[in-house]
Design a protein around this ligand. Sequence first.
Ligand code: ADP
Ligand code: GLC
Length: 480
Amino acid sequence: MKVLHVCSELYPLLKTGGLADVMGALPFAQKEIGIDARVLLPAYPAIVAGIPNTVVVSEFDNFAGHVILRYGEYNGLGIYLIDAPHLYAREGNPYHDQWYNDYADNYKRFALLGWVGAELSTGLDSWWRAELVHSHDWHAGLTSAYLFNKGRPARSVFTIHNLAYQGQFSHHHLFEIGLPETMFHIDGLELHGQISYLKSGLYYSDAVTAVSPTYSREITTPEFAYGLQGLLNTLQHQDRLYGILNGVDDQIWSPNNDTYIKDHYKLKSMTGKRKNKKKLQEYFNLPRKSDALLFVMVTRLTEQKGVDLLIESAKDIAQEGGQLVILGSGSPHLENGIRHLAETYPENIAVKIGYDEALSHLIIAGGDVILVPSRFEPCGLTQLYGLKYGTLPLVRATGGLADTVVDSNEDNVKSRSATGFVFNDATPKSLSGAIKNAFLLWAKQRTWSSVRSNAMQQDFSWLISATHYNALYQKLSRDH
Ligand code: ADP
Ligand code: GLC
């Protein structure tokens, strides 16, 4: 089957979060199981730099001005690039400028992405026609609306990586993006008087997936749905809402062949992990104590990630003689909050503000526990990296975190199913309880090793996810 992914990030060329990791792995896994997958992206400077050799597929003028569609390959994967410099030739973050202001023409930039996605199913490239168009997050949400407007020439799937980002734009832009007024309706693009690109993806796609089973259920409730619970409930009842867990790219995240770290290790030979811990302590200028329980966190600093809870609970780590390393960037008040922690507990807590791919690998390899205390988490990837690296995840029971980590309570330890630490409430008290449990387990080193060994044996291969997506694609093409 010919499948086109429509998205706005691709690891390692351009990444703001886990979406890029997914797009840099899923299509490759799909090719391995025989799906003819390609990817459509805006020609952002970082993407063009990574895919310099392209051929022109088509050149046209539409509502977005003059556009050239190019085709190239990245590690053998076919990529279409929308070359429209007036919209995409901007360095840095793809969604906002350096002062964090969303680009004023985002409605047009991402309308064009969806429009080209739909056109690739009807002959924009005369050599390759998508039979199924799979779009990701609000950036690509209009794809299914354009497909609907063309009479549904291809099947469509929309994946929710994060419902919190909705892409809402003023109604008056509708005439500028080539969609008819009749689609601006509660049964259509409209949400609270605006055009919602996210809702477009939900409403007009044949099937919607969320990136974990638990998140796919949570988003049918008001607490997680941002007012979209009605529509999501309907999709669930119509059997059109699925939860398919993300995977981990073994080529990038594997302690035995990670290109970012020097001291490799595996289950049967863990010396490298101890060396990474020492290097990490050295990097952050923390006491080189091998017996200090080292907590780590690598994250965007947003409310989603529960960093505020950690700021409250971090003193427990310091008081127990543990250590904490945080790498993150984002919201200024959270950056200040974690900086203040490091100033208050210089012997125990160290922080680096910024985005640093290489350092993130050393942190995950060198830590003992990786913290993911999220308020909500569609899937979460760092806990999966933690499992593979024997860095036990400490997570809140939500979304993909609940689906991937098993708490080290007595029963689970006995039955050898435990892989980390899980707490329930989004409160500092509940988080502190789990931190305490981590210290209790650390005191029993043999049990710790056994839980760690179980964690390292978990299988979150992308081939599993690719197979689930394939089953969905096949169902949609049969139902057609
Ligand atoms: P989200 O997509 O919500 O940010 P995920 O856990 O799915 O959360 O993915 C986050 C990805 O971004 C992971 O690959 C993580 O290692 C990476 N990441 C987040 N913050 C940083 C940072 N400051 N430096 C390096 N990598 C980061
Ligand atoms: C989003 C979510 C994260 C998920 C990622 C990839 O950014 O916040 O939980 O892992 O997308 O699907």
